[in-house]
Design a protein. Structure first.
Length: 86
């Protein structure tokens, strides 16, 4: 059954990355980048939730936690990106 956990992690990671991309940019980034952003966001979201003492139950709770972490990750990355010159 451990393989099923990996599959759910991938599904939630892609969904969280896509949702965070839509929130921050208006579009997603593509499958691979959505997956990476979502998985890193899940770890970041878990860390943020643990600092705040918030629990995440069920698939929807984990998805929300992952989206929060992915949005924070994209916001942090946007702070370091240069604005395009005119």
């Amino acid at each position: 059954m451990e393989g099923l956990g990996i599959i759910w992690s991938i599904i939630i990671g892609v969904a969280a990355g896509a949702i965070a991309g839509w929130i921050m940019r208006g579009t997603g980034f593509g499958f691979l980048v959505n997956l990476i952003v979502g998985l890193i966001g899940s770890v970041l979201g878990g860390w943020i939730y643990s600092l705040l003492g918030i629990g995440s139950g069920g698939i929807l709770g984990v998805l929300l936690m992952s989206v929060v972490g992915a949005v924070v990750l994209l916001w942090i990355v946007s702070l370091f990106r240069r604005s395009p010159r005119d």
